[in-house]
Ligand binder design. Structure first.
Ligand code: UDX
Length: 436
């Protein structure tokens, strides 16, 4: 089967490479000639473990190619995926659908055969209907069906998530759509991955509901962590204790500096806008968004406290370890590190930082931060060290070396990757999350 993937960003590229690996003939299309040129040379536009090898082997096998020419790319494709960005629209938080609509128009104008048009991008409820209208208005004479097939990929684990999904959700209104999608995902059916056929609107909402629920779970445990600090309890024990209840489940109960990334912040906001439009408020998600926003700056204040408070902090130096919103990615979007660094800078604190993959992306966002080539260079002369992202390289820092390099042995662990007793035994003042 031939598949066209319009949009070769994170989702499009990972999905395209994985579909090719299933044995399909895949063309990834993107408007950006520089990106396509690089992909043809084997250079990935993003950092994702395993992606480069997957792309290379499928290109070599003749199953995966790249083009800027949409008309040519979709020719003969039975499934045309739309995987372009849906950023938050400036000003109102609605998902910006202009890229999705533009692709739908171009697909309609160039359709050369019957095809299923699949929205993979995260799009608000009703977008499938609009895509269908746009295709109809294009006057195409070919049969088409518009399907919703949201992705649930985690950055850093996207290829595994794609190949071994918890479930595949397909929202379709007709048999043509369902049949083609069954063929697209046949290798996963054979793996017995559960597949859920629902209406298009249900499918669109599933994606938002899933992300909002996960964001709620994180925010819940983060507030429990604050309470643990006040009452003298340990949030990790509380997480374990509640997570062993099958109805709750152990995952997404790690207290930390607040969620970030390309999905949760944007999708929770977009869900609120949909709820507003339909006059059906989701107040719990409103609270989650507000709590998470204020938490990120509160983490900066936690570091300031470790420096001895606002007055003492002025002119001191902090080493930030980890900048990306989570490990194994170079993605800085809505990373808590941004708010932490800004809060520190506002308080007159000097900042040096190290991140294994994110410094290039971080530089323009954090011009006041000195980027260092390794953790120990950042730590040199620091009055406090703050672990913001739980990269593996920070799990076994040489504490003795840090004591010699730093101005003061103060460690603020915003990801709870150290045992308090170990760090304190090494002579550090240690602060973490929710371990009162
Ligand atoms: C998420 C969803 O998991 C994925 O299904 C969806 O398609 C896109 O959004 P991603 O943004 O890559 O994926 O990251 P994820 O691993 O889910 O983490 C999101 C944020 O939550 C990170 O900032 C992470 O640090 C934070 N988090 C996650 C916690 O603070 N605690 C947890 O227990 C889990």
């Amino acid at each position: 089967m031939k598949i066209a993937m319009v949009g070769s960003g994170y989702v499009g590229l990972v999905s395209g490479a994985c579909f090719a690996d299933f044995g399909h003939d895949v063309v990834c299309i993107d408007k950006d000639p520089a990106k396509i040129e690089k992909l043809r040379e084997g250079v990935m536009p993003i950092y994702e473990p395993g992606l480069e090898g997957l792309v290379e082997s499928n290109v070599n096998a003749g199953r995966l190619s790249f083009t800027t020419d949409l008309a040519e790319g979709i020719k003969g494709a039975s499934a045309i995926f739309i995987a372009v960005g849906t950023p938050s629209r400036r000003g109102d938080g609605h998902a910006d659908l202009s890229f999705v609509h533009a692709v739908a128009r171009e697909v309609g104008e160039n359709l050369a055969n019957d095809a299923v048009v699949v929205t993979k991008s995260t799009v608000p409820v009703g977008t499938g209907d609009e895509v269908e209208r746009i295709l109809q208005d294009s006057g195409t004479s070919h049969r088409f069906s518009v399907v919703s097939n949201p992705e649930f990929l985690r950055e850093g684990a996207a290829i595994g998530d794609f190949k071994r999904p918890d479930r595949i959700v397909i929202g379709s209104e007709d048999d043509f759509g369902r049949e083609v999608m069954r063929e697209v995902y046949r290798p996963l059916f054979l793996n017995e991955s559960p597949i859920l056929f629902v209406s298009r609107r249900s499918s669109e909402l599933i994606k938002y509901a899933a992300n909002a629920f996960l964001a709620t779970k994180i925010t819940f445990i983060n507030e429990m962590a604050d309470l643990c600090e006040k009452v003298g309890a340990d949030v990790q024990d509380v997480s374990r204790g509640i997570g062993m209840d099958n109805r709750i489940g152990p995952k997404f109960l790690h207290a930390g500096p607040g969620y970030g990334g390309s999905c949760f912040p944007k999708d929770t906001l977009a869900l609120l806008k949909t709820a507003e439009d339909y006059e059906s408020p989701v107040r719990i998600v409103e609270a989650v968004v507000n709590v998470n926003d204020s938490r990120k700056r509160a983490m900066g204040r936690k570091v300031i406290e470790a420096l001895g408070g606002q007055d003492a902090a002025r002119g001191k130096k902090v080493a930030l370890l980890g900048l990306t919103f989570k490990p194994n990615t170079d993605d800085m979007r809505d990373s808590p590190a941004i708010a932490v660094a800004q809060t520190l800078a506002d308080a007159g604190v000097k900042i040096a930082a190290y991140d294994p993959e994110g410094m290039e992306q971080a530089r323009p966002l954090l011009p006041e931060v000195e980027m260092c080539e390794d953790p120990y260079t950042a730590i040199k002369g620091a009055d406090a060290i703050a672990i913001v992202t739980e990269w593996n390289v920070f799990r076994a820092l040489d504490l003795q070396r840090i004591k010699e390099l730093a101005n003061a042995p103060v460690l603020v662990d915003l990801r709870n990757i150290y045992k308090p007793e170990d760090v304190r035994a090494a002579g550090f003042t240690y602060a973490s999350i929710g371990r009162g």
